[in-house]
Design a protein around this ligand. Structure first.
Ligand SMILES: Cc1cc2nc3c(=O)[nH]c(=O)nc-3n(C[C@H](O)[C@H](O)[C@H](O)COP(=O)(O)OP(=O)(O)OC[C@H]3O[C@@H](n4cnc5c(N)ncnc54)[C@H](O)[C@@H]3O)c2cc1C
Length: 311
């Protein structure tokens, strides 16, 4: 089925003409490079920002066989230079609501983690400080089981509203099913997370802000800042540190095309400005090969690669 859509993507038949009427934004051939932290990648064949959950459900019901890609804040993705065939869904400003019910927080899937951490601090709700330096959205953080400073999303999620590939709106209770692993979520990869209910604790704004500042300083000391990156490239293999293996394999500061291995944190790849997605992916694959040859350890990409290569 994917091959049919690959051909359609390259042909003159326009997928956008086959779309159901939606209330949200629907755009053809939408460039995605500016929507990702790496700043690379081609166009979405069709890009949709649904107006609400029902709109999203309608889209998915109407187009059951079209390849579907979900893009959050774009902070953990590498979009290939040939773009993304099919429909790319992004939860835009309509999915940016946060509500507090004492220490319980109800958050739409498009809310940024920084927004959540700041709002919780203002409200005197603690428990979200660890999210303050992670540049993604709630939806992306659930998919990645994002974490830092010894905590991850698994620790705070009370319930999740999803829209399945068939367009069914469902509530998921993580107590009933094991849904998280290390930097991953076992729920089907084409389900879209539209709302999360999170558990915080009673705290006070001054202490929360102080903790967030401390975490910010730690990040500034250990990670490159103000650069085009998608954070950690590879997951840490069991009992090992990916950065250390990459360092020992001799890649600190190593460059391929416009992509370079950070000399501050060797698990971060950086687009120096002119990199293509191909430069970044090839650099990552070169690292994987050398680490395998030198240490017999297989590095697994943490970054999600999307789309097709440019011909
Ligand atoms: C400078 C920097 C520092 C980082 N530090 C950390 C860190 O400390 N800890 C950490 O865990 N990560 C870190 N990351 C990685 C990244 O920020 C997280 O993985 C984040 O959770 C990704 O969220 P996003 O919204 O940007 O998702 P995207 O990058 O857009 O997508 C990531 C995955 O989530 C899926 N997805 C996105 N939105 C939804 C949705 N609504 N429903 C279903 N699936 C969805 C996408 O399809 C994709 O598979 C860092 C990244 C950068 C650039």
């Amino acid at each position: 089925m994917r091959n049919i859509f690959r051909k359609l993507f390259k042909s003159n038949i326009s997928l956008i003409d086959t779309m159901p009427p939606l209330k949200g934004r629907v755009l053809a051939k939408q460039p995605l490079n500016k929507k990702t932290w790496f700043g690379v990648g081609g166009c979405a064949e069709v890009y949709v920002e649904p107006a609400d959950t029902d709109d999203l459900s309608r889209l998915l019901q109407f187009m059951p066989h079209v390849p579907l890609t979900i893009l959050g804040g774009g902070s953990n993705v590498l979009i290939r230079d040939g773009g993304i065939p099919g429909v790319t869904v992004h939860l835009g400003k309509e999915f940016h609501n946060i509500k507090f019910d004492d220490e319980i927080v109800i958050c739409d899937g498009g809310v940024s983690l920084m927004e959540l951490a700041r709002a919780a601090a203002k409200q005197g709700v603690s428990g979200f400080e660890f999210l303050s330096g992670i540049p993604g959205t709630i939806g992306g953080a659930v998919r990645m089981n994002a974490g830092a400073h010894g905590k991850c999303f698994d620790d705070i999620l009370l319930s999740l509203t999803v829209v399945t590939r068939e367009g069914e709106i469902r509530e998921i209770d993580p107590k009933e099913t094991e849904i998280f692993g290390y930097r991953m979520c076992y729920l089907p990869s084409d389900w879209i997370f539209v709302r999360a209910v999170l558990r915080g604790n009673k705290g006070n704004t001054t202490d929360i802000m102080a903790k967030m500042l401390e975490y910010k300083k730690q990040r500034q000391n250990n990670q490159p800042t103000g650069v085009k990156t998608a954070g950690s490239t590879f997951k840490n293999p069991q009992g090992l540190q990916a950065w250390s293996l990459i360092d020992k394999a001799g890649f600190r500061g190593y460059r391929r095309g416009g992509a370079v291995v950070s000399d501050k944190h060797t698990n971060f790849l950086i687009n120096l400005g002119g990199a293509t997605a191909k430069d970044i992916e090839s650099l990552g694959e070169e690292i994987r090969e050398k680490v395998w040859n030198d240490f017999g350890v297989e590095l697994e990409w943490e970054i999600k690669k999307m789309g097709i290569e440019k011909e």
